[in-house]
Design a protein around this ligand. Structure first.
Ligand code: UDP
Length: 415
């Protein structure tokens, strides 16, 4: 209903700015959202930081998907977050300079052919709404997580309206139970709600069947952000060699490969990496393991050579394509919300190894609500040992859990 705007003399497409927080896991769902709305006939401009735009191998502006790109500044033009003194320093600077540069951008656009009508902004950046209001335009907050993880909190077992089962402390988003460790992140997470009531819309990256109970709790919600048949976000902040990876996958038998990835930010300790590596080896499954360049030093000596017959280690891969591949039978994941959603959408059983933030909540839902996989049990040091890794892989690839997960997926697919 808002697709067309009337500027007195002419009717034009409504113009929506989609403003992303500059990490892979936040850009992907918002780019998908942008593509979907472009497809539906809106004029859409994706906005990210200067540094990120230079880094991206971005296809969003290609003829395939004609989305315009613009930038604001986080104050770290040369190297982005990696060059900041600390997370606090990064966020303080970004929060100071971001609104100023967004204001400049809107001012410039207000005299262009397509003045901005609405800003859809990542929930991490609530100041975007203040800027939107100054210009008298709509503001929609976009939570890149589940409704459950976005709107829950507490420190004992508790049943929150809209959640499907009680959560224990361990299942809550980690920043809520571990306040002292990441003060800047905690402030940012809590800050998401500072002006949420003033937003014109609240958007969550989810779909109704996953969180049916959340809908009555938060009625004004966008519920279908899926662009079917889209196996390529078109954005990668990491170097990848897609051809080698897909060639290897094409050579593997159906449902024989364990895909392992901990997303764009999680860092495993050296001991955990070792346990995971040896667990993979003893499961005797084929595996494709994404180890980012910055993590590569933690792969145990000799592991890559010893397992080269049945395994491939890469520094990044086209994950959507990998999960859609018929060779993949299990996904060992940190349960980032994008990875979880992608795996659920493509019917791949999950082995959950959550690390922090909302990942514990997602792992709880994977195992206990959606029943689409297992959560690997950690020992008292918080480490998932190699025999647990091995056991869980076998259970998913050959055992009852794998069968049950597939049944759940099939039931869902048949409606
Ligand atoms: N991803 C990818 N290639 C990889 C690993 C991850 O394209 O080798 C993508 C993945 O498809 C997902 C995003 O990176 O869309 C990671 O987001 P997620 O929320 O799962 O985790 P985060 O990186 O935010 O921790």
């Amino acid at each position: 209903s808002c697709k067309q705007r009337n500027d007195g003399e002419r009717t034009r497409k409504a113009h929506c700015l989609v403003l992303t927080y500059p990490t892979q896991g936040h850009i992907n769902p918002m780019l998908q959202f942008a593509k979907l709305h472009h497809h539906k006939g809106l004029k859409v401009t994706l906005v990210t930081t200067h540094f990120l735009l230079n880094t991206l191998q971005l296809h969003a502006g290609s003829s395939k998907c004609n989305i315009a790109l613009e930038t604001i500044s986080d104050g770290y033009e040369e190297g982005g977050f990696a060059t900041a003194e600390s997370t606090d320093a990064y966020l303080n600077r970004f929060w100071e300079i971001g609104p100023q540069t967004l204001t400049k951008l809107l001012r410039r656009m207000s005299s262009s052919e397509y003045p901005v009508d609405c800003i859809v902004y990542d929930a991490f950046m609530p100041w975007s709404l203040d800027v939107a209001k100054k210009f008298g335009i709509f503001g929609a907050i976009f939570f890149t997580q589940t409704v459950e993880a976005s709107f829950s909190g507490g420190d004992e077992e508790i049943l929150i309206p809209g959640l499907q089962l009680p959560l224990e402390a361990v299942d809550f988003p980690s920043f809520l139970c571990d306040l002292g460790s990441y003060p800047a992140v905690y402030d940012m997470v809590v800050g998401q709600f500072s002006n949420v009531d003033e937003a014109d819309w609240i958007l969550c990256n989810t779909f109704h069947e996953l969180e049916p109970e959340a809908r009555p709790t938060i009625p004004s919600m966008y519920l279908d952000n899926r662009l079917k048949e889209d196996k390529d976000y078109g954005v990668s902040l990491f170097k990848q060699n897609n051809d080698a990876c897909m060639k290897w996958l094409n050579e593997q038998p159906k449902v024989s490969v364990v895909y392992v990835s901990f997303g764009s930010g999680a860092e495993l300790g050296a001991e955990q990496m070792e346990e995971l590596a040896w667990g993979l080896r003893s499961s005797k499954s084929n595996f494709l393991w994404v180890v980012r360049e910055s993590e590569a030093g933690k792969i145990p000596k000799g592991f890559v050579e010893e397992t080269s017959e049945n395994g491939l280690v890469v520094s990044w891969c086209p994950q959507l394509e990998v999960l859609a591949h018929e060779a993949v039978g299990c996904f060992i994941t940190h349960c980032g919300w994008n990875s979880t959603l992608e795996s659920l959408s493509l019917g791949v059983p999950l082995l959950a190894m959550p690390q922090w933030t909302d990942q514990g909540t997602n792992a709880k839902y994977i195992m206990d609500v959606w029943k689409t996989g297992l959560k690997a049990l950690a020992d008292e040091k918080g480490i998932v040992r190699k025999d647990v890794v091995e056991h869980c892989i076998i259970e998913i690839m050959e055992g009852e859990t794998g069968k049950e997960s597939k049944e759940c997926y099939e039931m869902e697919a048949s409606g």
